[in-house]
Design a protein around this ligand. Structure first.
Ligand code: HEM
Length: 166
């Protein structure tokens, strides 16, 4: 996709679609900010619950992101579920790793672009392989993180002839 170049250029971004979908799928399963909250300004009803003025409501993309009503086989990592043809009819908030509404993350587009650039450049130079047999567990602190870290094997793709863009 980078046609032998080491660095990503702005014009590459629309073509780095698999990288973007991989990022989206990663955040569906492991949304780093896994809870967002709102305080009710007035009394309301939501999903059959009565909410009083001033009460807090918490919503988690880690839960809706694995809800079988919106996602087939939710535990499987499948970036293609974000292809336009497979996203049709899915509610916009079926997963919301960047929150939603007027207080949605201000940096969502920037974060996506950053991950497209970093992901594509890393994948171009290195092959990453999960070390087998390790105990992977999430640790829901202020943000979602791996409790014991994640060990990966990193191999340089020696066969690549990268051109410097500088
Ligand atoms: C993977 C990266 C990121 C994730 C998962 C993320 C997620 C979130 C979430 C869930 C919220 C709360 C939204 C809500 O309550 O509806 C938020 C708010 C915010 N984020 Fe991010 N964020 C990321 C990167 C960034 C970056 C790179 C920036 C800045 C360049 C940024 C700036 C902000 C700001 C300013 C808010 C507060 C918005 C407001 O309250 O009006 N975020 N983010």
């Amino acid at each position: 996709m980078l046609a032998g170049r080491a660095a990503v250029a702005l014009a590459d971004l629309p073509r780095l679609d698999l990288t973007r979908r991989t990022f989206e799928e990663t955040l569906r399963l492991y949304p780093s900010a896994y809870v967002v909250g709102r305080r009710a300004l007035a009394a309301d009803r939501l999903g059959g619950y009565r909410i009083g003025p001033g009460e807090s409501v918490f919503m988690s993309s880690a839960i809706t992101g694995r809800d079988r009503r919106y996602w087939d086989d939710p535990s499987t990592f499948d970036p293609d579920r974000f292809l336009p043809g497979r996203s049709a009819g899915r509610p916009a908030m079926a997963c919301f790793p960047f929150g939603g509404g007027p207080r949605k993350c201000l940096g969502d587009t920037f974060a996506t672009m950053e991950l497209q650039v970093i992901g594509a450049m890393l994948a171009r130079r290195f092959e990453l392989e999960l070390v087998s047999g390790q105990h992977l567990e999430v640790d829901p602190q202020l943000s979602l993180r791996p409790r014991h870290g994640v060990s990966i094997k990193v191999r340089r793709r020696d066969d690549l002839r990268l051109e410097s863009t500088r």
